[in-house]
Design a protein around this ligand. Sequence first.
Ligand code: ADP
Length: 165
Amino acid sequence: MTNSRPVVGVYPGSFDPVTRGHEDVARRTLRVCDRLVVAVAESSSQSKHHLFDVPERLEIMREVFADEPRIECVSFSGLLVDFARTTGARFIVRGLRAVADFEYEFQMAQMNRELYDGVETIFLVPDLGYSFLSASLVREVAALGGDVSSFVSPPVLERLRRHLS
Ligand code: ADP
């Protein structure tokens, strides 16, 4: 980037597990920032339907993004805007798959702006092939013995196999 201060983005989510759709969004985001913090929300592990706990999700994500030194994977608790502020992030990135994502994402972005106006939310669309893909669908299909190898990277596949066997 032309600015002397590095542009940092935060990509928050549950990432349970990280899918090729998440990967696509994260790698595309690197086109508009110097460094990307992919952040697992601790609160998401309180959901009854989670598969991997947060440390395991992070371990998997660090393997998946091992080739990309500009991506850092961490977890956070509390408000996303507080995390973004302390990280010094210029923006929060979220993925938009279909119209169905829009309303929730729009509300979240407006609320986050009310809470803290110092960070922008940007939305990226994934490659067409991933626009139907969700982590919950991957969990469901994998639990039923379906082949999810085209939806997740090998480290994820390996953990899914171990976890579900
Ligand atoms: P959350 O519980 O916050 O929705 P997820 O891990 O499911 O967490 O998703 C994190 C972000 O990644 C969200 O912005 C979501 O819309 C986006 N995302 C998830 N799957 C895809 C995909 N296949 N393509 C593009 N964006 C996606």
